[in-house]
Design a protein around this ligand. Structure first.
Ligand code: GDP
Ligand code: MN
Length: 378
């Protein structure tokens, strides 16, 4: 789950990381009021769950409360990378001397969290990572020991941070680490962390990703989820306990088990197709769940074929088949469907599906090949 900038910075502040004064607004009038309260130049920042807002024109400075209102009106009517802006953060504007990058994530290859810093922070950090990766200093953190003071100091040295900032920089690194651990985050990032014209270190931007599988123990964080900002199909899938991720291809996949789902996607690719989604309906899926899954898959207009690959262990083949038929009664569709059903009650399942003009396959390879072919209209 992604948190908005204002939510991430609110968490950072609780962990002793300095952030600018400011508040979030849903209307231009509110933005004006906040600018009046702050009594300074402000920055109006679109709150959408994508990066690169600055480059898209979603971050602008305002000198007066009236200007803040006018800019907020404009930003609140924008779409950034397809997402409508519904809120803006109105922050006291900072004069910027230097932009630093600071972030923590998991390094899967090293099987450890890693804290990264760069003197070349700001809106082009992706470019820096690609072309001059040596400008990003990385320090791995032992999850049992946590971030040690000397590690934060090594980062400060690595990015040539002037010595008078080391103490606060260490405090920011520790705060970011503690927030990362306490929230079960998979990313906690400040870009830019700036040295202001007044020689203060302050987090101008904030981004956190929270591990969805840990949300059950963070009800306060779970409540921050912004449903307006998610692909509606993913919201719907979560309601039914389905693991669903939308992708860009045209072959919808309905599979039970994450490993089998990955394998099915690999085989689709092997035979020259592209999956439209990852979907794990889980073990013991009921017919309602199957119906919901099919509705979600078919709501994607790119889908030109659907591949069902179900191994009946706990999940029963006849339940799955009934679910498919239930869904097809609701969702009228001409999209061709290929099924491979094996395991518990597979025979009953196949009989049920025989009435439904389904293309059947014996093996996964055959199913994938048939799905690729029908998606191409062959
Ligand atoms: P992003 O583009 O979505 O990452 O949004 P950021 O919050 O990182 O803002 C992008 C850029 O806008 C920053 O790198 C700064 O250069 C600039 N910016 C953001 N806030 C301020 C501010 O208070 N004052 C000034 N002068 N620039 C700002
Ligand atoms: Mn940023």
């Amino acid at each position: 789950m992604k948190l908005h900038e204002y939510q991430s910075k609110h968490i950072f502040a609780k962990y002793g990381i300095p952030i600018p004064k400011g508040r979030v607004a849903a209307t231009a009038e509110e933005a004006k009021t906040i600018a009046e309260e702050l009594g300074s130049r402000v920055v109006i920042k679109s709150q959408v769950l994508v990066g690169g807002r600055g480059k898209a024109g979603g971050i602008r400075l305002a000198k007066t409360p009236e200007e803040a209102r006018d800019i907020a009106t404009q930003i609140l009517s924008m779409e950034i990378k397809g997402l409508p802006v519904r809120k803006v953060l109105v922050d006291e504007a900072a004069g910027i001397e230097k932009e630093i990058y600071l972030g923590i994530t998991n390094d899967r290859a090293a099987r450890k969290p890693v804290i990264m810093a760069s003197a070349a922070g700001g809106v082009d950090i992706e470019e820096v990572a690609r072309t001059t990766p040596e400008k990003i200093i990385k320090v791995h953190i032992d999850p049992l020991l946590g971030l040690r003071d000397y590690q934060a100091r090594n980062l400060a040295v690595g990015i040539d941070l002037p010595k008078d900032h080391w103490r606060v920089f260490g405090q920011i690194c520790r705060g970011l680490w503690q927030a990362y651990v306490d929230c079960d985050a998979t990313l906690a990032e400040i870009n830019p962390l700036v040295i202001t014209a007044g020689n203060q270190l302050i987090a101008l931007d904030g981004k956190m990703l929270i591990d969805d599988n840990a949300l059950f123990r963070h009800t306060d964080l779970a409540e921050m989820r912004d449903l307006d900002e998610e692909a509606p199909s993913e919201t719907e899938a979560r309601k039914y306990g389905l693991s669903f991720i939308k992708l860009d291809g045209n072959i919808g996949c309905m599979v039970n088990g994450a490993g089998l789902a990955m394998t099915s996607m690999d085989l689709i690719k092997l035979f020259g197709g592209e999956p439209a989604n990852f979907l794990d309906i889980g073990g013991g899926a009921s017919s309602e769940k199957v119906a919901a899954a099919l509705r979600i898959i078919l709501s994607d207009p790119n889908v030109k074929a659907v591949l069902f690959n179900v191994f009946g262990g706990i999940t029963r083949g006849d339940e799955v088949a009934r679910g498919i038929l239930t869904a097809l009664r609701e969702v009228k569709t001409t999209v061709p469907m290929v099924t491979r059903l094996v395991g518990t009650n597979a025979e009953e399942g196949r009989q049920i599906l025989a009435n439904a003009k389904m293309i059947t396959a014996e093996t996964l390879a055959e199913a994938a090949q048939k799905a690729v072919a029908v998606a191409k209209g062959e």
